[in-house]
Every structure is written in structure tokens, then in C-alpha cells.
Unconditional design. Structure first.
Length: 318
């Protein structure tokens, strides 16, 4: 098993290096995106326009050899545009199903919060069940299936906040932020017309990704670490700073992400550090803070960090 773990870790690191040959900086966020990818967790990237959200998603798509579709979310986008629909063809005298963009392996939902909540919600079944229902008929999505969504801050003009149920379907969320001076110098030296979907070559195939995901599921996590996760969640749920706490699904996502982190570090077992490093990217976007937290100017990251520091960390492997 150890050899298989090492093989999978080297494969994912090869994808990571391939991305970083085109995407300048932000290696931490690239690693978090890959953790989501190999653990079956969809990824949400929130930041201001122009910092590279779409480029990062395209770099991953180009590196892994999956069928790719980009959906540009706009206020007039309808669920049928995403899922597909049955259209009457007079010549055949029958309804013919026209596939929507969702029937690809890799979906980039660009500026997802510019569409209406009705259209946003059309992704819920696909993200949770990996199926879509059209006129009462269930259609399985191609495997592996992965969604990266980008969104602008909700204070921007023409945005709709994502429903809490949809936020909970995203396993990992992060922001990119602005590049450093040295990174921006490199960015300015690039040809602005370069397209990662054309410039980057694939270093993996769908079969490789399916195998890696199976290996992630086999990574061992001990009961004390599971208890640590549950204790942390209960403290967060009981906090007067939190209006909406954590769902059981969010804890399942944290376990899955921790397993992926262990695999990337060539281990077949989870250690507490795997969990601690991923608490913010996995849990922060799901929490809704109370009025008291806003009055005291408490951030989600600060609140989570406080709970991590006051929760006893398990030691040893049991």
C-alpha cells in the first residue's frame, strides 16, 4: 500500500508543478485546490475580478485530461442552459435531449453569484449526487466529476448571495488575494493572450484521478482524531459568535480533505496537523456569524483559530 500512496502523491505533485509553470505564485491555494480535487470536494474561489480565479481553474483542467466546460453565470442564465432540456424536433416528431454543459467531467462555474438563486440551485443535485434530473429522468454524470466555482464578493454590483445549502456543498473555499511585487513582475512579462487550456499539456488522465480518489478513501483516520473534529464542531456550534453552525456534511468534508492531505504527504494515515491546516478552507465559508461577532469585528478565521488553539489535540496513533 505504501508504494501506491507514494505513486499517487508523486502524480498529484506532478499536476501541481505543471500548474505552477503557468500560474504565478499562490502555491498554498494551488495545494488546497488539489486537495479538494482528489478528495471529491468541489471548490469555491471568492475574490475580486482579475486576480486569476478563472486562470487557476483552467490550469487544473488542462493538467488532468478531463472533459471541460466553462459556464459563464449571468442574470439571464436558466437552469436548462446548464442541465440540458428536451426540445421538440418537428422533423423527427419527437422530443430530443440537448445536453447541457453540466454533462462534462470538469465544470468551471464562472462568477456563479451573478446568476439568480434559482439557477445557482440547479447545481445542487449534480454536486451532491453526481446526477441530474431532466423531466423526471435521472442521468448519471461522467466520472470523475468536479466543480470549481468562482464568485465576486457579495458587496459587488449584480451579485446574489449563494444559498446556505449550496455553500455547504462546496468542500473547500479560499481567496487568492493580490500577487506580490515580484510575482506581478513575472505576470507582466507573460503574454496576456496565453490560454492555459492550450498552452499546458496534460500530465494525468481520468483513470489516474479515479485511482487516486480511491486511494484517498483508504487513508486511515483514528478515532481520537475523529473525536477531535467533533469536539471542535460542537464548540463552534455553541459559540455566541456563530448564528449558523456546522453541518455533519461539513465534518465529512473535513475528514476527506485531511485524508487527501495525508496522501499528498506520502502517508496512509491522518495526523492532527492534516486536520488543523484545513479547518479554515473547509469550514469558514459555511459559518454565518452573529450580530455580536460583527459588532466586535470578529472574523471567521479568527474565531476558528481561537477554537483550534483551545481544543486538546490528540497524540499518538490508535
Amino acid at each position: 500500500m505504501k508504494n501506491q500512496v507514494i505513486h499517487c502523491a508523486h502524480l498529484i505533485r506532478g499536476i501541481e508543478q505543471n500548474i505552477l509553470t503557468f500560474f504565478i505564485g499562490k502555491s498554498k491555494q494551488v495545494r488546497e485546490m488539489l486537495i479538494g480535487f482528489i478528495s471529491g470536494l468541489h471548490v469555491l474561489i471568492e475574490d475580486v475580478p482579475g486576480v486569476g480565479k478563472t486562470t487557476l481553474a483552467k490550469c487544473l483542467a488542462a493538467s488532468v485530461g478531463l472533459s471541460f466546460a466553462r459556464i459563464q453565470f449571468t442574470p439571464d442564465l436558466l437552469p436548462g442552459d446548464i442541465l440540458g432540456m428536451n426540445i421538440w424536433e418537428p422533423e423527427k416528431k419527437e422530443f430530443v435531449f440537448k445536453k447541457g454543459a453540466i454533462l462534462h467531467q470538469f465544470i468551471l462555474a464562472d462568477e456563479i453569484n451573478r446568476a439568480s438563486p434559482r439557477t445557482q440551485s440547479s447545481l445542487l443535485e449534480a454536486m451532491q449526487e453526481e446526477t441530474v434530473s431532466i423531466d423526471g429522468k435521472s442521468i448519471d454524470l461522467p466520472q470523475p466529476f468536479f466543480v470549481i466555482a468562482t464568485q465576486n464578493p457579495i458587496t459587488f454590483t449584480g451579485t446574489f448571495p449563494l444559498p446556505e445549502a449550496e455553500l455547504d456543498r462546496f468542500g473547500i473555499s479560499f481567496s487568492l488575494g493580490y500577487a506580490s511585487k515580484s510575482e506581478e513582475l513575472k505576470i507582466l512579462g507573460l503574454n496576456k493572450n496565453l490560454n492555459p487550456l492550450k498552452e499546458l499539456h496534460s500530465v494525468a488522465h481520468p483513470g489516474d484521478i479515479i485511482q487516486v480518489k480511491k486511494q484517498v478513501d483508504e487513508v486511515f483516520i483514528s478515532d481520537p482524531i475523529k473525536e477531535f473534529i467533533i469536539t471542535l464542531a460542537q464548540k463552534i456550534r455553541g459559540s455566541h459568535y456563530v448564528k449558523l453552525g456546522l453541518s455533519p456534511r461539513s465534518l465529512q468534508h473535513l475528514v476527506a480533505a485531511a485524508r487527501a492531505s495525508a496522501l499528498l504527504n506520502e502517508r496512509d494515515f491522518v495526523i492532527p496537523e492534516d486536520v488543523i491546516e484545513l479547518v479554515v478552507p473547509v469550514l469558514a465559508h459555511r459559518l454565518i456569524l452573529s450580530t455580536e461577532a460583527h459588532m466586535e469585528r470578529k472574523s471567521v478565521t479568527e474565531i476558528l483559530s481561537d477554537f483550534i488553539s483551545t481544543t486538546p489535540v490528540p497524540t499518538g496513533r490508535k
